[in-house]
Design a protein around this ligand. Structure first.
Ligand SMILES: [Zn+2]
Length: 284
């Protein structure tokens, strides 16, 4: 292997990256990464607790992170959360609200952001198998986060090719451009024209919040980001399932300002649309 990705890392961060690569190798040797028993993950120290964010206190990840919060090792996606948040190319991981003292949750948030800042991969674990007895493991990179929608964007990839973090936060260890240039080599750094499904979902919720643009309902389980026809790759709005269907059926359109417009001859009331822009011809 010519210049190793490890060359981009230094000191304890390099050691921790190498440790995680070793864990991944061992997981594959043990028959993983898909359909493994939970005790295998515990033995390899990939996951060792019941919460959504696992920081291995015994692995000295505290010393790797300058703020002492540690560096998240694994994210557990239990299936009790929105299934739509898990796509082929990534995951939206909601910030924890565990009901424990607030300090625990904050430490877990900082430790997960540290994984992004330091360019360390995390193991993303999902439930698999009959009766949910097994676990699937993927390599995830903390690519971005939003405190306003309380969620991380995790991109799936390989362990040997870091996906740079673009999360904005004061006090980050190295700039986003530096991270992208040093960690991704050659043409790969520039060749990313495609907006991933997870990124589109994350960006649309970040921009518009968890609220239907047509009726204002806020239950996240009922909401989906919808691509606006004719818009750029990042142009989307948030609609509930009913209004998403109405949009696809042509009963609603979206104007240039991103507002919902009910098609001529269709009753806004019948569609349950309460937040539509009034079409000009209907103004008095
Ligand atoms: Zn709606």
């Amino acid at each position: 292997m010519s210049p190793s990705v490890l060359d981009a890392y230094q000191g304890p961060v390099r050691d921790e990256y190498a440790r995680r690569m070793g864990m991944w190798r061992q997981l594959r040797r043990a028959g993983g990464p898909l359909g493994v028993r939970p005790d295998v993950l515990r033995e390899l120290r990939i996951y060792g607790a019941a919460q959504g964010i696992w920081i291995d206190k015994s692995a000295a990840t505290n010393s790797v992170s300058p703020d002492g919060a540690g560096v998240t090792v694994a994210l557990m996606h239990s299936g009790k959360v929105l299934p739509d948040d898990l796509t082929d190319d990534g995951l939206i991981h909601r910030y924890p609200h565990t009901g424990r003292p607030r300090g625990y949750d904050l430490t877990e948030l900082r430790a997960t952001k540290n994984a992004g800042f330091l360019g360390l991969p995390v193991f993303v674990i999902t439930v698999a198998g009959a009766r949910g007895a097994l676990r699937d493991v993927r390599i995830g990179w903390i690519q971005d986060w939003s405190d306003s929608i309380a969620a991380f964007l995790v991109a799936f990839g390989g362990i040997g090719r870091p996906i740079p973090c673009v999360g904005e936060e004061p006090g980050r260890l190295f700039g986003r451009a530096a991270a992208a240039g040093e960690l991704e080599t050659g043409a790969r750094a520039t060749a990313s024209p495609k907006v991933s499904v997870a990124r589109f979902r994350f960006d649309t919720f970040r921009r518009h919040g968890y609220q239907c643009a047509a009726c204002g309902i806020t239950a996240a389980e009922l909401l989906e980001p919808v691509r606006v026809a004719g818009g750029g790759p990042a142009d989307g709005i948030v609609l509930c399932a009913s209004h998403s269907k109405a949009y696809r059926a042509g009963l609603l359109t979206i104007d240039d300002a991103g507002r919902v417009v009910v098609r001529d001859g269709v009753s806004a009331r019948a569609l349950g649309v309460t937040r539509a822009a009034t079409p000009p011809q209907h103004r008095r």
